[in-house]
Design a protein around this ligand. Structure first.
Ligand SMILES: O=C(O)c1cc(=O)[nH]c(=O)n1[C@@H]1O[C@H](COP(=O)(O)O)[C@@H](O)[C@H]1O
Length: 312
């Protein structure tokens, strides 16, 4: 099974196309968690580590029945140095033990030889001394395509060797994504050209169910572009961020799916993990996260059924 097969198995098991973004912002973590950590460890990075980990574990417990996959965004962890990276690693291990797949959202890439080190560290297994190996627990990684094929090839080979996946930035959700991505060259927009490359890069790693281990990031905030991109990258799984907090709705994400009711995994971070701060959800952060993910899962499943894109 390639990464897409493994993802689709989880999607079927949970009957859910939702990805939960684990973007822990310290000042939004419930104070009962941060106060306890500070009481024990003081206002130290160790207290930050314990706060993030306890919060993430609580979120994972709350959403594990309703999500096939989670996406910790590396920036929220590595900003705290080695304590943050430790929180990331422990979070990933806990998500894996809880039966979830993981997108490591670190948006990496470089020249080929350096990209190989990123691929080994984040998806494969860097070797050290003689027989020692460090296996990455992440199932997939976000990568930038800016360096072209020789930056991408090491990732694709590692995906093939370890049944892992990548999501290449194609059309991002942010307001200024048009500044570069929508420029035209030879009558083709840059994001369309990247999509053509994504399709080509993925040809050698197609799984049993027809989807490639090379996926694409396509923002929920650009549904018209998503429809065009769906045509260009028929075999790619889309990671679709921008639902909820950035304005994307269930109707907006439907063009990212294929007619078979698969092909897109929709991420919400703040909208789920900090749902307890919104009036319409419970004050308890775990209960609120559960309410928010169930609501999102149903909204997407209903919109898919309405569009005749039936997954089950
Ligand atoms: O690659 C991503 O995940 C990503 C790409 C993109 O185009 N837009 C985007 O918002 N993201 C990430 O998706 C998450 C969105 O978070 P919320 O806006 O809180 O749901 C953040 O972790 C972003 O870094």
């Amino acid at each position: 099974m390639n990464f897409a097969d493994r993802l689709m198995e989880k999607v079927d098991e949970k009957r859910s196309h939702v990805c939960v973004g684990l973007d822990p912002r310290l000042d939004q973590i419930p104070t009962e968690i941060t106060d306890k950590a500070v009481a024990e460890y003081g206002t130290t990075l160790e207290a930050v580590y314990h706060s993030i980990l306890e919060f993430n574990q609580g979120i994972i417990d709350a959403v594990a029945d309703y999500a096939p996959i989670v996406k910790p965004q590396m920036a929220f962890y590595e900003q705290y140095g080695h304590w943050g990276v430790k929180a990331f690693e422990k979070t990933v291990a806990y998500a894996k033990e809880s039966g979830l797949l993981i997108i490591n959202d670190a948006k990496r890439n470089d020249i080929g030889s350096t990209a190989q080190a990123y691929a080994d560290g984040h998806l494969g297994s860097p070797k050290f001394w003689d027989e020692q190996k460090l296996e990455s627990n992440s199932d997939s990684l976000t990568v930038t395509p800016y360096l072209g094929s020789d930056g991408i090839n090491p990732f694709v080979e590692t995906c093939s060797d370890y049944d892992k996946g990548i999501f290449v930035l194609v059309k991002t959700s942010n307001p200024s994504s048009h500044e570069l991505q929508d420029l035209e060259s030879e009558g083709v927009k840059i994001y369309e050209k990247i999509a053509q490359l994504v399709s080509k890069w993925g040809e050698e790693v197609i799984g049993k169910r027809g989807y490639s281990a090379v996926g694409a990031v396509v923002g929920a905030t650009y549904p018209e572009e998503a429809a065009k991109l769906r045509e260009i990258m028929k075999n790619s799984y889309f990671l679709v961020p921008g639902y909820g907090a950035q304005g994307g709705t269930a109707a907006d994400v439907i063009p990212a799916f294929n007619g078979d009711g698969y092909g897109a995994i929709i991420n919400s971070s703040r909208g789920i993990i900090f749902a307890y701060q919104q009036d319409r959800y419970s004050d308890d952060y775990q209960e609120a996260a559960r309410e928010a993910i169930i609501e999102m899962r149903e909204a997407i499943n209903q919109a898919l059924a309405k569009a005749g894109k039936i997954s089950w």
